[in-house]
Design a protein around this ligand. Structure first.
Ligand code: PHE
Length: 339
C-alpha cells in the first residue's frame, strides 16, 4: 500500500505539471481526491490493515493528500495568472491606432436658409405660424377670392383629396387661418410645404416650400411692405442688393407686386443666371384685399395689412448657385455635404 501511495504521488505530480487549464485541473482533482478518486480508493482499503500498519499508512496517505492539495493550489494560482495575462493581452488598446470618425450629419441647405429667414423675421418682431398641408378648398382658394372654376386656379392645379379638400398650392391659406383666430395687430410668417401638379424638371417640383408673411394693423401701408421686404432681402443677400417692385396681379391682394432683387451673380449688368435681365424674381406680395379682411371678421375701414409669399427653393438656388431643384430631394451626400 505504501508503494501504491508513493506511485500515486509521483504520477499525480507529473500530470499536474502538464495541466494547462483550470478545467483540466478540476478534472484532475476529481480523479485523485474525489469520492471515487484514486487516493480515496486507497484509503478505503485501509480497513484490512493491521493495527501497526494503519497509523503509518494513514499518516502517509494524509501526507500525500496534503501534498496534492498544496500542489493544486499552486497550480491554480499559476493558471489564474496565465488566464489573466492572456485576457489583458487580448484586450490591449492600441492608442496609436487611427480612430473611426462617426459620420456627422448637418442641416439640409433648405433648412439652413429657412432658419436664417426665420431669424430675420423674428428680429423684426414676427412670430412663426404653422398650418396643415392637407387643406380645405375654402382656405386655399375661395377665401382668397379664387372661386371654383376661376381661371386663376389653372396655374395652381393640385392634388384633390375630394371636391373640398386639396393639398395646399400655396401658404396663403395661412393668412385666412391666422386672421380667423387672431385679431390685429398680426405679424406672422408661415413656412411650409406646398403642392402643385407640375411635371418635374430643373425648376419645377410637385412639392416645394414657401414662406408666407402677413402683417395686419391700423395704418399699415405699401411703404411698410416695401421697407419690410427690402430689409429682408438685404439681410439675406447683402446690403448692396437693389430691390424692385413690379405691378402684378394676385386675387387676394390689391395692389399686388412681384419683387425682384438685383442679380447676385452680375450685380445687375445682365448675365446667364438672370437671363440678361439684371434682376431675379424673389417673391409675390401685396396689400391684403379688403374682401379677404372682412371675410375673416376684420374691418377693412379700420385695419389694413400686407402679405407676401417667398419660394424657399428659389432663394436657396440663387444664393448657393444651385441650378437644378431636383438636387434638393435626391439626398445625395455628394451634393448635400457641399453646404
Ligand atoms: N401665394 C402666392 C403664390 O404662391 C404668393 C403671394 C403670397 C402673393 C402673398 C401675394 C401675397 O404665387
Amino acid at each position: 500500500m505504501k508503494e501504491q501511495l508513493l506511485a500515486i504521488r509521483e504520477r499525480a505530480a507529473q500530470e499536474l505539471s502538464s495541466l494547462s487549464s483550470l478545467q483540466t485541473l478540476e478534472e484532475f482533482r476529481i480523479r485523485f481526491l474525489g469520492k471515487k478518486g484514486e487516493l480515496t480508493a486507497v484509503l478505503r482499503g485501509m480497513g484490512g490493515l493491521s493495527a501497526e500498519e494503519r497509523p503509518v499508512i494513514g499518516a502517509l496517505a494524509n501526507e500525500v493528500r496534503t501534498f496534492l492539495e498544496g500542489a493544486m493550489e499552486e497550480k491554480k494560482a499559476v493558471l489564474l495568472a496565465a488566464e489573466r495575462d492572456a485576457k489583458l493581452a487580448n484586450e490591449v488598446v492600441d492608442v496609436t491606432m487611427a480612430g473611426r470618425k462617426p459620420q456627422l450629419g448637418k442641416l439640409h441647405p433648405l433648412t439652413q436658409v429657412l432658419n436664417e429667414v426665420k431669424d430675420i423675421f423674428l428680429g423684426m418682431g414676427f412670430s412663426i405660424a404653422e398650418g396643415p398641408d392637407v387643406e380645405l378648398d375654402y382656405y386655399n382658394f375661395e377665401a382668397l377670392n379664387i372661386p371654383k372654376n376661376h381661371p386663376a386656379r389653372d396655374t395652381q392645379d393640385t392634388f384633390y383629396v375630394n371636391d373640398n379638400v386639396v393639398l395646399r398650392t400655396q401658404t396663403s391659406p395661412m393668412q385666412v387661418r391666422t386672421m380667423e383666430k387672431q385679431k390685429p395687430p398680426i405679424r406672422i410668417i408661415a413656412p411650409g410645404m406646398v403642392y402643385r401638379s407640375d411635371a418635374v424638371d430643373a425648376t419645377h417640383s410637385p412639392v416645394f416650400h414657401q414662406i408666407e408673411g402677413l402683417v395686419v394693423d391700423k395704418g399699415v401701408t405699401m411703404g411698410d411692405l416695401k421697407g419690410t421686404l427690402e430689409t429682408f432681402i438685404r439681410q439675406l443677400y447683402g446690403e448692396d442688393v437693389a430691390v424692385r417692385f413690379r405691378p402684378h396681379h394676385f386675387p387676394f391682394t390689391e395692389p399686388s407686386a412681384e419683387v425682384d432683387a438685383s442679380c447676385f451673380a452680375c450685380g445687375g449688368k445682365g448675365c446667364r443666371i438672370c437671363k440678361g435681365e439684371g434682376w431675379i424674381e424673389i417673391l409675390g406680395a401685396g396689400m391684403v384685399h379688403p374682401k379677404v379682411l372682412s371675410r375673416c371678421g376684420i374691418d377693412p375701414e379700420v385695419y389694413s395689412g400686407f402679405a407676401f409669399g417667398v419660394g424657399l427653393e428659389r432663394i436657396v438656388m440663387r444664393r448657393m448657385g444651385i441650378s437644378d431643384i431636383r438636387l434638393f430631394y435626391d439626398n445625395d451626400m455628394r451634393f448635400l455635404s457641399q453646404f
